[in-house]
Structure formats: C-alpha cells, structure tokens
Write a protein that binds this ligand. Sequence first.
Ligand code: ACO
Length: 158
Amino acid sequence: MEISFILLDSNDKAPMELLLLADPSEKLVKEYLQKGDCYTANLNSEVVGVLLTNKTAPHTVEIMNVAVKESYQNQGIGKKMIKYVINEIKKQPDIDCIEIGTGNPGVGQMLLYQKCGFRIVGVDLDFFRRTHPEERIYENGIECRDMILMKMDLKEEE
Ligand code: ACO
C-alpha cells in the first residue's frame, strides 16, 4: 500500500467530510483550517486521510484534527500520517513541542498517540461542553466531555 502525503496550499480544497469525522463542529474546523497546515494522505489519487495542525503558542504546534476514511481505518494509515507530520514539524527549528488531545472515550486514539510518542500530561475538564455548547458528543457509549491532553517534547526526545 503506497501512501503519499501532501501539504495542501491555500487554494486547495480541504476534505471537510473527513475533517468532520474527528470534530463535528464545522465552524471550529474552518477556524483551524484558516490558521494552520492541512495534510492529506493519498492512496492512488484518493484522499484517504487528513491531518490539521495549528501553531498554538510561540514554540508549539498542536495536531487539531486527524481522521482516516472509515473503510481505510485500522490499516496503519493514521499512524503513518502522524509520524510523517511529526517529522515535518521537527524540521521547523522554532518548534520544540507538539500537542494533541482526545476525548475521554477515545481509548483507541490514546493508544495510537502514545505509540507515536505522545505522553498524557493532563485533563481539561468539560472542554467539549465549553467548545461544543450546542450539542452533546457521544463515543463508545459515553459522553465525550473531557479532553485528555497529550504532548511530545521534541528536545527531551532527542
Ligand atoms: N485497542 C488497542 N489498540 C488500538 C485500539 C484499541 N481500541 N484502537 C487503535 N489501536 C491502535 C492499533 O493497535 C494501532 O496500533 P498498531 O499499528 O501498533 O497495531 C493503532 O492504534 C491504529 O493505527 P492506525 O491503523 O494507523 O489508525 P487509523 O488509520 O484507523 O487512524 C484514527 C486512527 C485517525 C483515529 C481513525 O481511526 C479515525 O479517523 N477515527 C475517527 C476520527 C477520530 O476519532 N479522530 C481523532 C480525533 S482526536 C483529534 O483529531 C486530535
């Protein structure tokens, strides 16, 4: 399976349907898109994955959104895409920290991010109720209410 990764430029159309798999708020996704870099994972010219980053502090990049098309999930694409983007971020000399967050029901995501080198650093209680006040989000049969904060210290890793 030959996957290629592309950093979209501002004229390219981002795959909104895929982005909404990771965050149901189109409004928030559009805000992140305006501020950051959007990568796609491509298989035979089909977009099968997407990853969106924002610079959230002077030396920090956060992976705001990562998603793989449902029919292609659990085949290693998400992990390859995250590792590819980590390497791209490492090329930016001013960045020394990468962050990522996932909802409290996201056990699979938490394992995946740890396998990619992230560590759990905290919990932002009621994050999803604050940021998505108009809806309750459910995953794995429980409310996605708190944000599990994860981090990779690029200096420490080296
Ligand atoms: N138990 C054990 N291991 C698990 C579990 C689980 N429940 N779920 C995932 N994993 C592990 C797998 O074992 C695998 O590791 P391995 O390669 O060592 O075997 C890894 O996590 C999964 O890797 P991939 O196959 O690369 O993952 P995938 O291509 O399916 O992409 C993603 C993962 C992006 C989370 C995808 O499933 C998806 O799009 N989900 C819906 C949207 C979503 O939840 N996005 C993340 C929201 S948080 C955010 O955007 C920052």
